[in-house]
Ligand binder design. Structure first.
Ligand code: F6P
Length: 341
């Protein structure tokens, strides 16, 4: 078999572990040939690929990022590719394509599959928001990074009697904020799934200081927002030149808390540090299992499907199911975190 593999969309710790696993299983388990497309679907459309042998994936298990490069594809080019998907597969001699990616990539994979390309998807995202899989690799690593940041920020916050606002990734789903906030003992956890109440958050922080505590830490997902019309810094702060600045929620919330509480507040935007660096052991194992199963699925001609974790087992689910809706944090998980809304 000739199997193509590519990584598309935002990168994520564990991508290299999947690539390595695909190559090992395909070459040593089946005697296949594996080619890696560069820069996601762009490499596929532009016939930019290289042969992957055991040597080429040696030493990458613990490495963050992706040795193949990643990119986002414009919708127009994808539609064009769908118009000649079968021809493209023939030209490239592809018996199977394994795209590794998040919601956007898996939607593109489903469209190419519907158009006749033999596709088996592998889900990835630090956001853990893909339906039909209990977990995505990258999430455990991101939660670990954010938790460590919260731990570290507590000591400096206490020294200066400050309120720290830590903004973590998660535009539509607050999984990282929820779990790092819980693990790092944040005093407020704010998620995109439910507008937060700034009055209640302030009351909680004030009560904490009244109890003699000297600091507070709030963990906010980048997609979280306040109940409408409740915040002074609803949009962003206006600088001395009249420009709107600090528009992200972390910055606005820190400005708001400082104004309301009369205490120093500092925003910390963790950003892409959550996506970089070496994957945790958990993510390496999950990524490796996904790669192994994707190759097996290709040999069983289970196309139009995606590898998924259900309980402790890896299974296959239709790409259509996986891309139907994002997996957001349900109410009962928010209640467990005793967050302030
Ligand atoms: O992978 C998803 C994600 O991490 C989001 O949480 C974040 O908003 C986004 O990627 C940012 O990605 P980029 O800066 O690469 O566009």
């Amino acid at each position: 078999m000739r199997i193509g593999v590519l990584t598309a969309g935002g990168d994520c710790p564990g991508l290299n572990a999947v690539i390595r696993s695909v190559v090992h299983r395909a070459l040593t388990g089946h005697g296949d040939e594996v080619i890696g497309f560069e820069d996601g679907f762009k490499g596929l459309l532009e016939h930019r690929y290289r042969k992957l042998d055991l040597d080429s994936v040696s030493g990458i298990l613990a490495r963050g990022g992706t040795i193949l490069g990643s990119a986002r594809l414009e919708r127009g080019r994808l539609d064009e590719a769908c118009g000649h998907a079968e021809e493209l597969s023939r030209e490239l001699g592809l018996d199977a394509l394994i795209p590794i990616g998040g919601e956007g990539t898996l939607t593109a994979a489903r469209m190419l599959s519907d158009a006749g390309m033999p596709v088996v998807g592998v889900p990835k995202t630090i956001d853990n928001d893909i339906s039909a899989t209990d977990r995505t690799f990258g999430f455990d690593t991101a939660v670990g990074v954010a938790t460590e940041a919260l731990d570290r920020l507590k000591t400096t916050a206490e020294s200066h009697q400050r309120v720290m606002v830590v903004e973590v990734m998660g535009r539509h789903a607050g999984w990282i904020a929820l779990e790092s906030g819980m693990a790092g003992g944040a005093h407020g956890i704010l998620l995109p799934e439910r507008p937060f109440q700034i009055d209640a958050l302030c009351a909680m922080i004030e009560e904490r200081f009244a109890r003699g505590k000297k600091f507070a830490v709030v963990c906010v997902a980048e997609g979280a927002h306040p109940a409408e019309g409740t915040m002074r810094y609803e949009k962003g702060a206006i600088d001395q030149y009249g420009h709107e600045r600090f528009t992200g929620i972390g910055n606005r919330l820190a400005a708001e808390l400082e104004h309301r509480l009369g205490k120093e507040a500092r925003p910390v935007i963790l950003g892409h540090v959550q996506r970089g660096g070496t994957p945790t052991a958990y993510d390496r194992v999950l990524a490796t299992r996904f790669g192994w199963h994707a190759v097996e699925a290709a040999h069983e001609r289970q196309f139009g499907k995606m590898t998924a974790l259900r309980g402790n087992d890896i299974t296959l689910v239709p790409l259509a199911e996986a891309t139907a809706a994002l997996k957001t944090v349900p109410g009962h998980r928010m209640s467990e975190a005793e967050s302030v809304y």
